[in-house]
Design a protein. Structure first.
Length: 172
C-alpha cells in the first residue's frame, strides 16, 4: 500500500511517497527489534533498517542526548520545551536537549551506518518502526544515499502520532 491521501504528512518530498507493510513483515519486525534494543529516546523510540537485495545491510535507532535517571531526563518527561511551546514536529530540536535531533533520528543513523559499513544504499529500501513520517533532514539524507522507498507500519499514522486517540506512544 502506498502513501494515503487522507494522511496529512508534515513533510513529503516531491515525487516521493511512503509505502505500508503489515506488522508481520520480516523487515518491519527487524526495525522494531532495532528500536527495542538500541533506541534511547523515551518519548518516541524508533528503529530503522536499510534493506538491499532482501538483506538488512544497515540499521539505526534514535538516540536522546539525556539518559534515564538524570535530572534532565526527569525534566524532559514532564516539561519538554518543544511541547510546551507547541513547536511543530520535526523542527527546532535544539530547544530541548531531551529530544533527539534530526542527526540522531533512526533514519539518519541508518544511513550513516551504511556509509560506515561501506554499503552502497542506492536502490535500497528503509523500513521505519515507531513513527508515522520522516522529517526533512532525514528525507534529505535518505535521498542523498539513494534510498528508493520508505516503508512504515500499517496504521502508523494512528499508533505513533501522539495527537491521535489510538496512539501507543508512552506505552512502549
Amino acid at each position: 500500500m502506498d502513501s494515503k491521501d487522507d494522511i496529512q504528512y508534515p513533510y513529503m518530498p516531491e515525487g516521493r511517497m511512503v509505502r505500508y507493510v503489515p506488522a508481520d513483515n520480516a523487515f518491519m519486525q527487524e526495525a522494531e527489534k532495532v528500536r527495542n534494543d538500541h533506541s534511547t529516546e523515551s518519548k518516541q523510540p524508533t528503529g530503522a533498517v536499510i534493506v538491499k537485495n532482501d538483506i538488512v545491510v544497515a540499521f539505526g535507532a534514535n538516540k536522546s542526548r539525556v539518559r534515564r535517571g538524570s535530572w534532565a531526563y526527569d525534566l524532559h518527561q514532564k516539561y519538554c520545551i518543544r511541547k510546551l511551546f507547541r513547536v511543530p514536529s520535526g523542527t527546532k530540536y535544539w530547544l530541548c536537549p531531551g529530544c533527539a535531533s534530526h542527526r540522531d533520528h533512526a533514519e539518519a543513523r541508518a544511513v550513516r551506518d551504511a556509509h560506515k559499513r561501506g554499503v552502497d544504499a542506492s536502490g535500497a529500501d528503509l523500513y521505519l518502526y515507531g513513527h508515522w513520517w520522516c522529517c526533512t533532514p532525514c528525507w534529505d539524507a535518505m535521498i542523498a544515499a539513494g534510498i528508493r522507498d520508505v516503508y512504515l507500519l500499517e496504521g502508523s499514522d494512528k499508533l505513533f502520532d501522539h495527537t491521535h486517540t489510538d496512539t501507543v506512544i508512552g506505552e512502549q
